[in-house]
Design a protein around this ligand. Sequence first.
Ligand code: DAH
Length: 350
Amino acid sequence: MKDFKAKIEEHKKRFEKALSRAKDEKSLQEVRNAFMSRKRGELKLLFEELKTLKPEEKAAFGQMVNDLKIHIQEKIRARGELKVIKKESAVLKASSGKIDLTLPGQKEYWGSPHPISLFQQEIENIFIAMGYFIEDGPEIETDYYNFEALNFPPYHPARDDWDTLYITDDLLLRTHTSPVQIRAMEKRKPPIRIITPGKVYRRETPDPTHLPMFYQVEGLVVDEGITFAHLKGTLEHFLKTLFYEKIKIRFRPSFFPFTEPSAEIDIECTVCGGKNEECRVCGGSGWIEILGSGMVDPQVLKNVNIDPEKYSGFAFGLGIDRTAMSAFQIPDMRFFYENDLRFIRQFTLK
Ligand code: DAH
């Protein structure tokens, strides 16, 4: 019994000595072969010899041989890993510090949705969470949907504020998303709860807050018992969610041919905070108009055969670009459409 134990000790000592002498990769490989070779390695021979012992000896010595095997494996692996680290530092040295292995890798730029599309999605998500449907409408509209059904009779002076490009006398590039209200009410019965995002066109000269083409999102709710309180609560909730509670809002009485009463909503100017009298975004007032709204005019409901005695509704139209300007604190709306990648890339999806 004692003999076998001594034998194991002897193997271990021989291994330590051989390992300490192995100075390069080749000699390390030789030590590995000498002790771990499956054919004639020293461990293999020890295991062979173990088989010849009596059963009670086998149990005791088996454990010891196994421990030795683990010891040898670990030592050899540790030496191997050390080699790899040394190799890497040799590469570093050779490159005289030009490679910094601690730097993160370089990401490829795969492109991303346009910032306005991203912002539109954010708006949609807030309304979807409140149970709204998304409705679409054509960008080329008829005079009827863009104006007449919305209570702008022909030659009404209010049309001037919504002037646009005409394709024929009757076909035009829509000036707002409001015509989709009419299309939706023709198709659906109350209760109606929709938003309709999309492009609109106006006869405008581009400046920091105006563009001849921009995005709006329209909202419409029609049901029994809808009041101005619903309008106010909904829009407040929407804007507080969109701006993470951080925005000041102001309701201001206004006029639209298709709503009565009507209100516009301004948000505080995030570019100057109302402190710059010459601010090109708010004109020094400290407020930016982003939204028109109101209670759907009974005449508009009649135009689509909805009984205004039974149903009421509220509607609103928000300028997406202007609101995005405030959300991202961008001083000029034209940046969105100049296709300067240095600008666009700041809004890549994280
Ligand atoms: N269509 C209006 C515009 O472009 C905005 C608007 C005002 C939409 C009031 C509405 C509304 O639905 O009720 O200026």
